[in-house]
Design a binder for this molecule. Structure first.
Ligand code: UGA
Length: 446
């Protein structure tokens, strides 16, 4: 199929390359000329494992190209809207200006006919009710009347696994318009996703509102699971219990499952934090704020972990951060990403820096982004450089290279062998055996 992808960020760039891989003819559009320039020569403008290789392969087929000119999409039939919906400044609600602008720019270009309707497919995470509003906008702005249809098809990819998640999704959700347009949209989406559907991948075809809710409900559930185990970690710390063993034991119950019970510094990134807040804001508008007040607690537990980490660092240093040398391993919000949006690691590093600690941050991929946002912090290329003469080391993003550090060799570069494991990613026994004072969130101290 011939399709356009509007917005070439973390979601759109991966989607465009993956759709080409599935055999389609794809044009990616973005207003950012630098991003389009990079993508056009096969360079990913952000770190995502497997994406550069996939882009190179996709460009070589001749079926993928990128442009800044929205008018070029007019002879394409399916149009994916993949722009961001960040949190509004000073508010909980989502900022929909990019989605609105994308739809307003796209719709006048549509060239649908009775035989080949144009299908606009929203993938961005939006407050429930947005698709219905945009469907009215499509109807108002389209030059082709009923031959332009809107569907909502939420995306569940995780950064770091984006290529795999797009090519092999665990489910496909279609939010379809009312009436006969639903059948047309469903048939077209089935053609787009013919390969994963044949895998087979489960599909849920539903209305707009349900599809929109699936996405925010899924992210809210994941956030709740993380905050649940982090709440348990708070209790564990008080009674000398071990939250990682607690999570293992809970996880053996198939109804609960071990995934997303990783206790530690909590969730960050461009999705979970802003999605739970936007969901609360939307529920408030709908008169259902009580239904989601628990998400306030989920958010509060999550933010408390960051403060706790700062306090733990202060405790380990004998009560003051002033002048202490602190090495922070990790700046990205999670491993295998260079994304620092709402990064718990950088938040802790910055708080400690502001309170007088001499902080040096390292990360395998996110340093350029981190430096731009926090020019006052110090940065080092490797864990060893960051930890030189350190009084304490904080592991805040669990990159594989930090998990695999040799505590004996690493111990030679620091001033004091103290490590705080903010992600429960290290083996306490091994580190203690190498002479380190090891502490972690939610685990007993020795
Ligand atoms: C999340 C969802 O997992 C995706 O399904 C969704 O498509 C995406 O948001 C989105 O809305 O676009 P992502 O933000 O890439 O994906 O990252 P996750 O793997 O969900 O991790 C989020 C945060 O939770 C990270 O900071 C991670 O360190 C933290 N986390 C995760 C924990 O603290 N403990 C865990 O057990 C798991």
């Amino acid at each position: 199929m011939r399709m356009s992808v509007i917005g070439c960020g973390y979601l759109g760039a991966v989607h465009a390359a993956c759709m080409t891989e599935l055999g389609h003819d794809v044009i990616g559009v973005d207003v950012d000329a630098a991003k389009i320039g990079a993508l056009s020569v096969g360079e990913a403008p952000f770190y995502e494992p497997g994406l550069p290789e996939l882009l190179t392969r996709a460009l070589a087929t001749g079926r993928l190209r990128f442009t800044t000119d929205i008018a070029e999409v007019s002879d394409y039939q399916v149009h994916f809207v993949c722009v961001g919906t960040p949190q509004r400044k000073g508010e909980y609600a989502a900022d929909l200006r990019y989605v609105d602008a994308a739809v307003e720019a796209l719709v006048p270009q549509l060239r649908g006919t009775a035989d080949a309707p144009a299908l606009v497919v929203g993938k961005s995470t939006v407050p429930v009710g947005t698709a219905a509003r945009l469907a009215a906008l499509v109807e108002e702005l389209t030059p082709v009347g009923e031959h332009a249809i809107l569907a909502w098809n939420p995306e569940f990819l995780r950064e770091g696994f984006a290529v795999k998640d797009t090519l092999h999704p665990d489910r496909l959700v279609y939010g379809l318009p009312p009436g006969i347009a639903a059948t047309t949209a469903e048939t077209m989406l089935d053609e787009v996703y013919a390969t994963p559907l044949a895998a087979p991948t489960p599909k849920v075809a539903t209305d707009y509102a349900t599809a929109e809710l699936v996405k925010v409900a899924a992210n809210s559930f994941l956030a709740t699971k993380i905050s649940f185990i982090n709440a348990m970690a708070e209790v564990c710390e008080l009674v000398g219990a071990d939250v990682t063993q607690l999570a293992d034991a809970l996880g053996h119950d198939a109804r609960i499952g071990r995934r997303f019970l990783g206790a530690g510094l909590g969730f960050g990134g461009g999705c979970l934090p802003k999605d739970i807040r936007a969901f609360m804001a939307r529920a408030g508008e709908l008169g259902a704020d009580q239904a989601l007040t628990f998400l306030r607690e989920v958010d509060a537990i999550n933010m408390r972990r960051r403060t706790r980490m700062v306090e733990l660092t202060r405790e380990e240093l004998g009560g003051s951060l002033m002048g202490a040398r602190i090495a922070v391993l990790g700046a990205a919000f999670k491993p295998d990403s260079d994304d620092i949006r709402d990064s718990p690691a950088l938040n802790v590093a910055a708080q400690i820096g502001l309170q007088g600690g001499y902080v040096t941050v390292t990360d395998p991929e996110a340093l350029d982004n981190a430096r731009r946002l926090w020019p006052d912090l110090r940065f080092a290329a490797t864990a060893e450089e960051a930890a030189e003469n350190a009084d304490v080391v904080l592991l805040l993003t669990e990159w594989a290279q930090y998990r695999e550090l040799d505590p004996v060799k690493f111990g030679e570069v620091v001033r004091h062998k103290r490590i705080l494991d903010g992600r429960n990613a290290l083996d306490p026994a091994t580190w203690r055996a190498a002479g380190w004072q090891y502490r972690a969130l939610g685990r007993p101290r020795v």
